[in-house]
Ligand binder design. Structure first.
Ligand code: ATP
Length: 259
């Protein structure tokens, strides 16, 4: 049986504010090594909360979480930061590349923090630039890149330290459909070739159709789950069907792209 890379058992997250809000309610979720999973649900259903808990940025109010066998609650802030840096890669909708640095310098940033030797950095850049088609743009700065090139660089930066788990929050949200496809195909290729586990929050059923499994949540609880066992187009249709059952804000479907 494949190794479990993420395990959530009866996880509840309550935000304490003026008004107390239960964002997740006794949620169970597991991800096995090598899975490519989408998390979908209406606005406010708890997707980002779930991703923040898996990424150990936030802790649950009740319940148990283990990521790569580690329970984040048992680590102090320093060890948690180190754990994230070594084990996780992050890709966000807003592509947060450092404007002062070239693509190449942005790519190696996580390695600089870990004081990796220069020859090893060069080896990893060469391998990644090939895989991500970044060779032509390594010396450019972020403001000289298209949206797709910038997001491919951000994916590269998330991958350069060879993490076991990639966490992506709407990675195609700001991209045109061609660039979105390029990024999704890239994520899919990395998932298949390196066996990297990927968990991606998305509103976009086309993006979700690249995954092997889609978890739907509603009001912080499990709503449904779909596994891809046919063509991507059929899977896309099945995802749309569940989304229509799920309801929520009609704007959530405004970004639907046709495969
Ligand atoms: N720090 C916070 N304090 C209080 N309530 C919060 C906080 N963060 C999120 N919430 C509430 O928790 C619920 C879930 O939020 P979350 O961001 O996880 O939803 P989401 O599914 O990612 O939504 P969206 O698709 O709009 O990004 C929402 O009702 C939100 O208002």
């Amino acid at each position: 049986m494949a190794r479990k890379i993420v395990e959530l058992t009866e996880v509840t997250k309550i935000y304490e504010g003026k008004v107390m809000h239960r964002a997740l309610n006794r949620l169970d979720f597991e991800a096995e090594e090598g899975e490519f999973i989408a998390i979908m649900g209406p606005s406010g259903s708890g997707k980002t909360t779930l991703l923040n808990l898996i990424s150990t940025i936030d802790l649950p109010t009740y319940g148990r979480i283990a990521v790569n066998g580690i329970e984040p609650e048992t680590l102090n802030q320093n060890d948690l930061a180190l754990f994230r840096r070594r084990n996780l890669g992050f890709v966000f909708q807003t592509i947060n590349l450092l404007q002062m640095l070239t693509v190449e310098e942005n790519l190696v940033l996580p390695l600089t923090l870990d004081r990796v030797a220069v020859p090893e950095m060069k080896r990893r850049i060469a391998a990644l630039a090939d895989k991500l088609s970044l060779n032509e743009i390594l010396s450019r700065r972020p403001d000289e890149l298209s949206g797709g090139q910038a997001q491919r660089t951000a994916v590269g930066r998330a991958l350069i330290h060879e993490p076991e788990l990639i966490l992506a929050d709407e990675p195609t949200g700001n991209l045109d459909s061609k660039s979105a496809r390029d990024v999704l195909e890239l994520l899919s290729k990395i998932n298949k070739s390196a066996g990297t586990t990927i968990i991606m929050v998305t509103h976009d059923p086309l993006a979700a159709s690249y995954c092997d499994r889609v978890l739907f949540i509603k009001d912080g609880e499990f709503f449904n789950e779909l596994y891809k066992d046919e063509q991507r187009r059929t899977f896309f249709q099945q995802i749309l069907n569940v989304l229509s059952l799920l309801g929520g804000n009609v704007n959530d479907l405004s970004s639907v792209r046709i495969p």
